[in-house]
Design a protein around this ligand. Structure first.
Ligand code: COA
Length: 504
């Protein structure tokens, strides 16, 4: 590979250096904005070199040597994992899914600011997060005039490049150069009071150019890498997720028949994880055609739907593909370039656009309560799982806000339908539909007591249903307020029981 074909700007060619040298340019305690979204397009070499440097400093007695790490969303072992293992992250934002980060956050050894993804770039530009000292961004190539070809995710990169005092670019030779042209980056994102409407009325509209811009004088290092993205595999859809998908498809067909949705539905958003991916597999076998997607992450399920023709077009901010799906993507990239656009996450997750397009938001959850409040982030009230990601951006603004989960977790010891959620991410006002393998509850237009009966009867596992009905009946007779009746000394007793006895 001729490196000068990928880096065509002479001034930036002169800044090529090894990762360790580039990592030494990151000050201790710095706020560092790195690229990366759901394991795609993150820097592969500089974070590892930085982790090695921080480990050496710790060994030499500088035990607090660390950075504050901002990204697009979750990354990979070569970024979050290695920096967390080196105890090199003081504060992390916004979304992560790394096991070591999770363990350190829950042990109180790493601060974590879990934010709606659409808020991150505007908050950084407004200065609420403090100054951005360094940006470390993976790109695919650099044009003669210094414009950058984005990688497999866009995330917050335009803002990191714009705001950072110093920029380190990683040019990843492993990424397919034919990705050029797949991105759409607006360059006039104005802040209030000068904000303008974002002129998108269909997922395949474009409002920008395919390139990232940066001031070449801020670039202090260019590092060459040649490594694949994380490319995690997904679990094969199981019986439970197939049942969830079947309930959802029945419901959508019913909505079409009732003329509440068009035949090609409305743009789909599909969340992270195995359940969300399995539902897409169900839709790929389902009755709908000419579908579109306006989403933040494009997983295998959506690629399969593009391949089969069920999905006509997808807008996202990241590709998050297994090795097999990536091979298919690369083999047919001209086909996919016509059908996929990658945008910054403040556009993929923009409330104005989600509301205007009428997105059908389908997100997985950890638990829901009988009144339809949803917990997406915390286990037993206090331990973070991953983070809210874009689920709140989509749920609050969607035409249809759907949350799904198996009805039980941990071999049936935990009910995912509980009297009161142990942490609130999405309030009853933002949750239209709850679906488990047991069935689907359409909560639109219902009062809390009506919602509760439907959630329990349709979604709870039979082994927990009688207890939930008993709770509801006793709450209604207890003299508590009858709008949203609760037994306050019992509402979280199910979680307490699990923590004490290992069974709800
Ligand atoms: N209590 C305790 N643990 C629970 C649980 C509950 N009510 N429900 C699920 N779990 C556990 C599972 O047992 C599993 O544990 P394991 O990793 O030890 O096997 C883990 O949580 C993940 O559950 P799984 O059923 O495999 O879910 P998933 O892969 O579909 O992910 C979320 C579900 C909620 C964790 C995931 O979707 C997420 O992080 N969502 C928040 C972000 C988001 O929605 N973004 C959307 C825009 S992309």
């Amino acid at each position: 590979m001729n490196i000068h074909k990928r880096i065509q700007n002479a001034a930036l060619q002169s800044k090529i250096m090894p990762a360790a040298q580039a990592a030494s340019l990151i000050p201790l305690g710095a706020n560092v904005g790195m690229s990366g979204f759901t394991g795609a397009g993150y820097p592969k070499a500089v974070p590892q070199a930085l982790a090695a440097r921080l480990s050496a400093l710790h060994a030499a007695g500088q035990t607090h040597a660390s950075i504050n790490l901002w990204t697009g969303a979750s990354t990979a072992p070569e970024l979050d994992g290695v920096l967390a293992k080196a105890h090199g992250i003081q504060m992390r934002l916004p979304y992560q899914s790394d096991p070591t980060c999770r363990q350190l956050i829950n042990a109180g050894q790493m601060l974590y600011t879990d934010m709606h993804l659409s808020h991150v770039a505007p908050m950084a530009r407004a200065g609420f997060l403090g100054p951005l000292d360094v940006a470390v961004v993976e790109v695919i190539g650099i044009l003669p005039d210094g414009r950058l070809i984005p990688s497999t995710s866009v995330g917050n990169n335009p803002t990191w490049l714009d705001q950072a005092r110093r920029i380190i670019l990683e040019v990843n030779l492993h990424q397919n150069p034919a990705l050029e042209g797949m991105h759409d980056l607006p360059h006039n994102t104005l802040m209030p009071p000068h904000g303008q409407p974002i002129a998108l009325t269909h997922p395949n509209d474009r409002v920008g150019t395919p390139y990232l811009h940066c001031d070449p004088s801020k670039v202090v290092a260019v590092v060459i890498t040649d490594h694949p993205d994380r490319n995690s595999t997904f679990d094969a859809p199981d019986e439970v997720s197939a049942q969830i998908a079947a309930h959802l498809i029945d419901f959508l067909q019913h909505e079409v028949k009732a003329a509440r949705l068009p035949a090609a539905l409305l743009p789909l958003q599909s969340g992270v994880g195995n359940t969300a991916n399995a539902v897409l597999a169900g839709l790929n076998q389902g009755p709908f055609d000419q579908l579109t997607a306006y989403t933040e992450v494009l997983q295998d399920g959506m690629l399969d739907m593009l391949h089969s023709g069920k999905l006509a077009f997808a807008s996202s901010t990241a590709l998050s593909l297994s090795p097999a799906a990536l091979a298919e993507f690369n083999a047919n990239i001209d086909f996919y370039r016509q059908r996929i656009v990658l945008r910054p996450e403040e556009i993929s997750n923009h409330p104005e656009l989600i509301r205007r397009l009428g997105v059908i938001a389908m997100n997985a959850m950890i638990e829901a309560d009988i009144y339809g409040n949803v917990n997406s982030t915390h286990i037993m009230g206090s331990s973070i799982m991953n983070g809210i990601g874009g689920s709140g951006d989509f749920a609050r603004n969607a035409r249809l806000s759907i949350f799904m989960s198996p009805s039980v977790a941990k071999d049936g010891k935990i009910s995912c339908i509980v009297p009161m959620v142990s942490h609130h991410d999405h309030t009853e006002h933002d949750v239209h539909i709850i679906v488990t393998e047991q069935g689907l509850a359409d909560l639109r237009g219902l009062a809390p007591t009506q919602r509760a009966r439907l959630v329990v009867e349709r979604c709870a596992h039979p082994s927990f249903r009688p207890q939930l009905l008993d709770y509801m009946d006793r709450a209604q007779r207890s003299g508590a307020g009858l709008h949203t009746p609760h037994l306050l000394d019992e509402a979280l007793s199910w979680h307490n029981r699990y923590l004490k006895c290992g069974q709800m």
